[in-house]
Design a protein around this ligand. Structure first.
Ligand code: SF4
Length: 441
């Protein structure tokens, strides 16, 4: 019986092509990022977000697989219930950085009003705790104003969330006399996308941003990108196929402005600005989706100009994908998880969390998937309240745990979900199996 041990299947995974290849992630980028990761600092995270058991699992796997080549899950076998824990999940570099800065800001500015531009990360526990400490949100996640700019003064502290913010808001803060960079938790991996967009924009390519148009990060990336180049956001392959029709001239320019309303930069010229393009993405999109979109647009360009080989770069900038390391790792680990057999999977995270939603999308076709924000959503041993991604509603499912001799449950979460949440879910599920072996702390 394996308890807190790595699956014997680990060896099988090791000899197979790493799952990261399945994501078609650019290897150079991943290696570069990994080199940078080695230099990444350890952050100071409040204890309420930590978990001994989850932290222990992560550290054990990290020590056994420092190069992060093994994407198989960790198996916790308690007899009547077995958990398969994803190889990668939970707080990423950008989230830990943001959490550390936010809590330090509160500590250092007890005599000041502290604002966050909007949710710092997409996790309800973290945001609720910040609110309970007196932090106020200026906007909601959709960008609707909750506190009027006019009420802010130069004596206030404003924290920029991990998604970054727009140039317009940076300027607005500056007009009020607030330094937008003093308490800036913008993730360096988001800034890397801005830099990539800027670099190709300066070479006269138009930037195509694959992202959710209303997501804070995509709004920020769009805003920074349009400073240097015409920019357009596409949310999925369906929109990309329509965009391609303007590249080929199949659709008229007039239609474009209506069809892509709110998704293109001011002065966008359909005839001129779709001749040379490069694709960047919101860091948390599904890797395979972004790759599909970039490949599709590249083929459209190749066909349009009748070009091949190095000539392609004259019209299509080789941006590779701009997903962050955490998105790559979490998605690759989810593919690794799904190679195993289980009765159900629990994915924990904020319902507005993009990276978590994509993990749910990967799991749903494979087995019963329950997207929950906390252990409280597991109402009883046969009732669970979970988020329906497609209809954007919380729904209750009965008999989510099958009646079997041994139930196998997969467990993972997004990059903004604290280990403590995963631990509480693990304990709650385990409590439904009185015959199970105890969880060792
Ligand atoms: S998911 Fe990636 S981009 Fe987003 S905060 Fe984490 S490391 Fe940064």
């Amino acid at each position: 019986m394996e308890v807190f041990s790595i699956s014997s299947d680990v060896k099988r995974f090791r000899v197979q092509a790493p799952r990261v290849d399945a994501l078609k992630v650019d290897v150079t980028t991943v290696e570069e990022t990994r080199k940078k990761m080695k230099k990444m600092k350890a952050f100071h995270i409040p204890d309420l977000y930590k978990s001994n058991i989850i932290g222990g699992i992560k550290e054990s796997r990290r020590l056994q697989d420092k190069l992060k080549k093994d994407f198989s899950p960790t198996i916790l076998n308690y007899g009547t219930v077995k958990f398969l824990i994803s190889r990668h999940f939970g707080f990423c570099y950008g989230v830990e950085n943001a959490v550390e800065i936010a809590y330090r800001t509160i500590e250092e500015n007890q005599d000041k009003r502290i604002f966050l531009l909007s949710e710092m990360i997409h996790n309800p526990d973290v945001n609720a705790d910040l609110l309970s400490r007196g932090v106020q949100f200026i906007m909601d996640t959709a960008g609707n104003q909750l506190i009027a700019w006019e009420t802010l003064t130069s004596n206030d502290v404003v924290i920029v969330p991990a998604f970054g913010t727009t140039v317009e808001i940076q300027n607005r803060l500056s007009e009020i006399g607030i330094n937008a960079y003093q308490y800036d938790t913008t993730c360096p991996f988001v800034e890397k996308v801005w830099n990539r967009a800027s670099a190709i924009g300066q070479k006269n390519y138009t930037i195509v941003v694959h992202g959710k148009p209303t997501h804070e990060e995509t709004r920020a990336t769009f805003s920074h990108s349009k400073e240097n180049a015409p920019t357009i956001v596409v949310k999925n392959m369906a929109q990309t196929i329509e965009l391609a029709k303007y590249i080929t001239g199949e659709k008229s320019s007039e239609q474009f402005y209506e069809e892509f309303e709110g998704q293109f930069s001011e002065g966008f010229n359909v005839k001129k600005d779709l001749q040379r393009i490069g694709v960047v993405n919101q860091t948390t999109m599904l890797a395979s989706d972004t790759q599909g979109i970039a490949d599709y647009l590249k083929q459209v360009i190749i066909k349009k100009y009748g070009i091949e080989g190095s000539d392609v770069t004259a019209y299509f900038a080789d941006t590779r994908d701009t997903l962050c390391y955490a998105t790559n790792d979490n998605q690759a680990a989810t593919y690794g998880l799904l190679k195993e057999k289980a009765d159900l999977v629990i994915v924990a995270g904020g319902y507005n969390s993009s990276n978590t939603s994509h993990l749910v999308e990967l799991c749903e076709p494979e087995l019963p998937t329950y997207f929950i924000s906390s252990a409280d959503k597991i109402l009883t041993d046969n009732l669970i309240s979970h988020w329906d991604l497609h209809n954007k509603v919380e729904k209750i499912t009965k008999d989510f745990i099958p009646d079997k001799e041994q139930v196998t449950i997969m467990l993972t979460c997004g990059a903004s979900c604290p280990d403590a949440v995963v631990e509480s879910i693990l304990f709650k599920l385990h409590s439904f199996f009185p015959e199970a072996m105890a969880i060792e702390m």
